[in-house]
Design a binder for this molecule. Structure first.
Ligand code: NAD
Length: 484
């Protein structure tokens, strides 16, 4: 994978920018792998004009024909899975197995977009004798998407595919830390036959995000990233009267009950906490262990020791992330928590400059410790002990976040009791990463999501379209006083 300079993608062409550039580093070995444009507001104006132009014809193509491009795109993702996975691994640091899984998720998103003609129907009903109401979806125009570093291909595809198949034209602003994936998406969409100007990329940092939020001709904006920035983007985009869904960070709580299946729970919890080096917004982060769960906790630690940095555990995104995560662990230890498995100070042979943190399990944390409340975004599981199921639920409920929460138990009644009471948009029963697959939609609650509706699946159809409601009367016998 060699992209020495990541450029904007405008009107079907990669175009160098006159603006400053930022180095892109590989987390695997700390080496520079590329550089990326930091675009300015004038460049955004040009991209918006090109996308506005493309919208005129793209929005007029019937849905079935637009969808055909995504059949081809789906197959191209499959055909290029090895190259895509290598690119993800290099820029993001995850393992090749995880990178391939990310592309597989992208394939499912493309299948959903391809099946849009089978999913979306106008609604028609005779509402009074001879009078019919019909509600139809119309695209919005030029729309934008701002994405984080942790899924350089899957998260951009959450928004690109559904928005475009529904007739909009899209401007993506990928994370400046992982901008390569978007370039590959652009190449494959072009190969699949997407007309010029329908999909565009503007690279940059917070300045270009601000310009996107304020741009009058961008009709809707999605954001995925940390809660701090999600709030900034939501406030700013809606202040300029755009539709906005803004997804933020997470602190996902597992509730472990004593009757949980020991092996299954331990495997699943460690996979959830350490997968993608803990840098998933759906990762298990805090575990509230209820009652006598000691033997399951021992199994969890045993399993944690099979997770080896540089083998089945990838790197975290940056040197700063590594220091931040290690500081959380040290602070928790100083505050009285017990580090059962310690991932600090890890060095991987042959990748001494990579940014690795080993799997870490911390027991006897208190709910008010920073490590138990804040998003750590690393392979760290913090355990809070309690003897009471309602107290466990109260601890989960006290979190500002609300992306995911899972319960581990063999008891159906208890699983119902917990899942109905936790304050999270995506809940799991014996599932550590309860991501709803299409056609279900993805979206959290509380400070994990601002705006109405979810970002993927059927819910996203309402975000990317506006409804036109038509009322028709042809029958001369229809009631004359209709709506008077
Ligand atoms: P981030 O918030 O730092 O950056 C996300 C995007 O915002 C990037 O494109 C970046 O250029 C831009 N940005 C950064 N600072 C900005 C500012 N001050 N103003 C305007 N734009 C700014 O997030 P990240 O570190 O790239 O990603 C990790 C975060 O994303 C975690 O908090 C994780 O939980 C979250 N995340 C959430 C979901 C979800 O579905 N809720 C999914 C993936 C990641």
């Amino acid at each position: 994978m060699n992209i020495s300079s990541v450029n904007n993608f405008v009107d079907g062409k990669f175009s160098d920018s006159s603006s400053n550039k930022l180095d892109v580093w590989s987390p695997i070995n700390g080496k520079k792998i590329s550089e990326v444009n930091l675009s300015n507001a004038d460049e955004l104006d040009k991209i918006v004009s090109s996308a506005q132009n493309a919208f005129k014809s793209w929005s007029q193509i019937v849905l079935k024909d637009r969808a055909k491009i995504f059949y081809k795109f789906r197959d191209l993702l499959q055909k290029n899975i090895d190259d895509l996975a290598v690119a993800i691994r290099e820029e993001n640091g995850k393992t090749i197995v995880e990178a391939r899984a990310e592309v597989m998720n992208g394939i499912e998103l493309a299948e959903f977009a391809s099946s849009m003609p089978q999913i979306i129907n106008d609604e028609i009903q005779v509402v009074s004798k001879g009078v019919e109401c019909r509600s139809s979806h119309y695209p919005l125009g030029v729309v934008g998407s701002i994405t984080p570093f942790n899924f350089p291909i899957m998260v951009p595809l959450w928004t690109i595919l559904n928005s475009i198949v529904l007739g909009n034209t899209m401007i993506l602003k990928p994370s400046e830390k992982t901008p390569l994936g978007a370039t590959l998406i652009a190449k494959l969409l072009t190969e699949a036959g997407l007309p010029n100007g329908v999909f565009n990329i503007i690279n940059g940092d917070k300045n270009i995000v601000e310009a996107m939020c304020n741009h009058k001709s961008i009709k809707a904006l999605t954001f995925v990233g940390s809660t701090k920035v999600a709030k900034i983007v939501y406030r700013s985009a809606t202040a300029s009267l755009k539709r906005c869904i803004s997804l933020g960070g997470a602190k996902n709580h597992l509730i472990l009950l004593p009757d949980a299946h020991k092996d299954m729970a331990a495997n699943d919890i460690i996979n959830s906490m350490s997968g993608c080096a803990g840098q998933r917004c759906m990762a298990a982060s805090a575990m509230v262990a209820v009652g006598d769960t000691q033997s399951i906790i021992e199994k969890i630690c045993e399993k944690a020791l099979t997770v080896i940095p540089g083998k089945n555990l990838g790197a975290v995104i940056s040197k700063e992330s590594k220091s931040r995560i290690e500081k959380y662990i040290s602070d928790a230890e100083k505050a009285g928590a017990k580090v059962l498995v310690d991932g600090r100070g890890v060095i991987v042979e042959g990748k001494e400059d990579g940014y690795y943190v080993g799997p870490t399990v911390i027991d006897y944390a208190k709910p008010d410790m920073a490590i138990a409340k804040e998003e750590v975004f690393g392979p760290v599981l913090v355990i809070i002990r309690t003897n009471d199921i309602d107290e466990a639920i109260a601890i989960e409920n006290s979190s500002n976040y609300g992306n995911a929460s899972s319960v581990y138990t063999q008891n159906g009644n208890l699983s119902d009791y917990v899942t109905k009471r936790v304050s999270a948009g995506m809940v799991g029963v014996n599932i550590g990463v309860p991501v709803p697959k299409e056609p279900f939609s993805f979206g959290g609650w509380n400070d994990s999501r601002f705006g109405a509706g979810d970002i993927t699946g059927k819910s996203s159809i309402y975000f990317w379209t506006k409804l036109k409601k038509r009322t028709t009367k042809w029958n001369p016998e229809a009631k004359k006083d209709w709506m008077t």
